[in-house]
Design a protein around this ligand. Structure first.
Ligand SMILES: [Fe+2]
Length: 256
């Protein structure tokens, strides 16, 4: 990307400081609440590392890496208020956490010191991060950062869910399972999506198996080769497959 982005180290530091203060302001209430806040806080910090790793592999400049890091840092900022208000991370049972995050960034004037075009780029990358697919009428720079964020986000969510599926203590976290029932089988439309090598539409998710298959299907929505390489190294798909029932029907559609 050759666009001049002009984000200095001071800006990045200021936004990081804001993020810390904002997240820490939620550090109250019940253990379940704290656990879920911590989960998204840690997710965000790891995502910053992931986006920098992919960004460096893609040859981004320091300026571009700083912008990528800000996008990673702010992408899920709506998650904290979402859980505080609704007690769930399920957008369909509460509200779109990307849009909620954008409202918070606006309300707290987090990006007001940045140039308008950069502010817009950050806001759009956040807006697009949880959409089933990216809009095709966006400019190249915006799509580049949106794709970078979506790759990094998936890498870390894969980490969270695969660690969870293979956890030793067996403790359930309804926040991570989106309160979905652990019933047998999977939905036909989910199987169709995977068989056709496309990512699964969230509205067709009805049980935990569907949700695991949706997570496997993210591989069709990975944009950059360095991200794909990390998926292979960490054996994420193999780990998700191992958390699903042994079934020929699943073997047939599973993207391995
Ligand atoms: Fe998100």
């Amino acid at each position: 990307m050759s666009v001049h982005l002009g984000i200095n180290e001071e800006e990045l530091k200021r936004i990081k400081k804001w993020f810390r203060g904002y997240v820490d302001s939620f550090n109250t209430e019940t253990p379940l609440f704290r656990e879920n806040i911590k989960l998204k806080d840690a997710h965000t910090l790891r995502l910053c590392d992931e986006i920098l790793t992919i960004g460096r592999e893609l040859g981004l400049s320091d300026d571009e890496l700083r912008l990528a890091e800000i996008i990673a840092l702010l992408h899920d900022v709506g998650r904290f208020e979402q859980f505080a208000r609704y007690g769930t991370f399920n957008d369909t049972k509460s509200e779109n956490h990307a849009e909620l995050g954008i409202k918070i960034i606006d309300r707290e004037a987090v990006l007001d010191q940045l140039e308008d075009n950069i502010k817009e780029l950050i806001v759009k990358s956040i807006r697009y991060h949880n959409m089933v697919s990216l809009p095709d009428n966006e400019d190249e720079t915006c799509l580049f950062y949106s794709k970078l964020l979506r790759d990094a986000d998936k890498l870390d969510i894969w980490r969270i869910v695969t660690e969870y599926y293979h956890r030793k203590d067996g403790k359930k976290n309804s926040g991570l399972e989106l309160e979905l029932p652990d019933t047998p089988g999977f939905s036909e439309s989910v199987g169709d999506d995977l068989a056709n090598k496309r990512s699964v539409n969230f509205k067709n998710i009805h049980n935990l198996n569907d949700f695991k298959l949706l997570q496997a299907g993210w591989i069709f929505d990975i944009n950059y080769e360095p991200s794909r390489e990390i998926v292979r190294e960490r054996r994420y798909l193999e780990k998700i497959r191992a958390a699903l029932p042994k079934s020929e029907e699943i073997d047939e559609i599973f993207p391995l």
